[in-house]
Design a binder for this molecule. Sequence first.
Ligand code: SF4
Length: 126
Amino acid sequence: MTNQEQNVIRRVTCIICPMSCVGEVELADKKIVRMAGFKCKRGREYAANEVTAPKRVLTTTVRITGGFLPLLPVVSKAPLPKERIVECARWLANSTVKAPVREGEAVCKNILGLGIDIVASRDIEA
Ligand code: SF4
């Protein structure tokens, strides 16, 4: 078997801008050895992260009491590790906050110890 046969080639669509470049990332022993098809540095960084440590912004809702709506839309302040997204969403599904809440206010600090806050996406008055 040659080294080339052991390498893994991953196809990645960059979602950073509307150009939606589709490129390839070649991995050897889980290390990037070649990238092609991405038109800029931001895209190459996105693709590198996507194949080594993918992350996603989490948008969901949490229950809120004392407000005029039963649910508060929330978002992670930064992308979370993709493999922990479902766990974070489940944790938030079991959470309740109390009105009033202001847009941008942290409703969950340092979710699951990941160092990222979950913040309100809108105001909800009491
Ligand atoms: S590689 Fe650069 S130009 Fe292409 S989609 Fe990504 S950010 Fe846009």
